[in-house]
Design a protein around this ligand. Structure first.
Ligand code: GDP
Length: 368
């Protein structure tokens, strides 16, 4: 696999195709010794903020803060939205500090998905993003599965030092912290305070540990790549799996298409008939159609038969961006960040995926 070029400013993956998307760098700039994305370039040389919200800026300050400490960093990601909930720049700022990478929401995985395989995939994906975690763990902050193990890992890895828990919004960070508080300590006189992150208006929650160290819950960062930001509360509820996912099996011939609500689409362009197993929220409707009819169907039924997005939001919903994938024989997952994934098993072929602008699609060897 090709090594991904990342911006040495913010750590985002460099791309040269979409000017208005994250990581854009003019092709000519790839020849430079130090490659930074256009956004960082402008920031650095012109002090000009380009489509950057305050949160991104504050996030950089938090990252800087982490680099100045000796501490254990606990980074939480949502395993259903791995790319969307990844904090790209982290590894550049943490110095020599150990990182415990925790994948949350494991309760949503069908029992048939082998946990060690998921951990293997997380390690590999982290490495591709440039992070080498000291350890990787899976848990469910909600159900409590493997929470004690997470707490023990933190205790062992922190080695008497402070702990910083980081993660973008919606990964389940608060649920996790609250559960820790419930399971341990939380004696009546335990003082939970907040402290200000220098240079920001953001507060951290400080949880005292019994040896005088502190566990800091840093603010959740809004990651603009999350599908979540394209949807309203009700729509989000629909696509967020609430319990163990029930896989749906489709036997597809080439030139057939699956719609996942109106949010994403998969075309089987060419290849022998094979099985497509869809792992999405049980409430999201899947429509199957002939590829030749798919464009018209989308135009005519987005917001109704193909929803979410619902009728009111359908106008402002971003255009779906297509991408072609050559799938090798065997078992492969096509991952739609924030939605779920489709396992293709058979002789492979060419697949075209469609996802809203900004939302990641990726492939991995199947974790099934
Ligand atoms: P934060 O923004 O990172 O603090 O995330 P929250 O703790 O507020 O959780 C975000 C959403 O994810 C909420 O709807 C939680 O109920 C849900 N959630 C958190 N942890 C889990 C988990 O382990 N499994 C599942 N299925 N949902 C979770």
């Amino acid at each position: 696999e090709r090594q991904q070029v990342v911006c040495s400013g913010c750590g985002v993956k460099i791309q040269t195709e979409h000017k208005d998307q994250l990581g854009y760098t003019p092709p000519s700039a790839l020849k430079r010794e130090v490659i930074i994305c256009q956004r960082c370039f402008r920031l650095k040389h012109y002090n000009e903020v380009q489509d950057v919200s305050l949160t991104d800026d504050d996030f950089l300050k938090i990252l800087n803060e982490l680099g100045n400490k000796e501490a254990l960093i606990v980074k939480i990601v949502d395993i259903f939205d791995f790319d969307g909930s990844w904090l790209p720049g982290l590894h550049r700022f943490i110095g020599k500090n150990p990182v415990l990478l925790i994948g949350n929401k494991v309760d949503l995985l069908p029992k048939s998905v082998k946990r060690p395989k998921v951990i293997q995939w997380m390690k590999k994906a982290a490495k591709e993003y440039g992070l080498k975690p000291t350890d990787v763990h899976l848990m469910s902050a909600q159900s409590g599965e493997a929470i004690m193990e997470a707490a023990n890992l933190i205790e062992n890895l922190r080695n008497g030092k402070d702990v910083y828990v980081v993660g973008c919004t919606n990964v389940g960070k608060s649920t996790f912290i609250n559960r820790l508080l419930k399971e341990f300590g939380a004696e009546d006189d335990m003082l939970i305070t907040t402290s200000n992150i220098p240079g920001t208006t953001l507060d951290m929650i400080d949880v005292p540990l019994d040896d005088g160290s502190v566990l800091y819950d840093t603010p959740g960062i809004i990651n603009h790549h999350q599908m979540a930001h394209l949807l309203d509360k009700n729509e989000l509820k629909m696509i967020t799996p609430k319990k163990e996912i029930k896989p749906k099996v489709f036997q597809l011939n080439q030139e057939q298409t699956l719609f996942f609500g109106g949010l994403s689409r998969l075309d089987f362009i060419s290849g022998d008939p094979q099985s497509f197993v869809v792992y999405l929220s049980n409430e999201l409707t899947i429509h199957r159609t002939k590829t030749e009819k798919a464009d018209t169907l989308y135009e005519q039924h987005l917001g109704e038969m193909l929803s979410p997005p619902n009728k009111e939001n359908q106008e402002s919903f971003p255009k779906l961006i297509e991408k072609d994938w050559k799938i090798q024989p065997g078992k492969t997952d096509l991952v739609f960040s924030g939605l779920g994934w489709v396992t293709i098993s058979g002789d492979g072929g060419v697949i075209r995926t469609y996802a809203p602008k900004g939302v990641h699609v990726s492939v991995r060897p199947s974790i099934f």
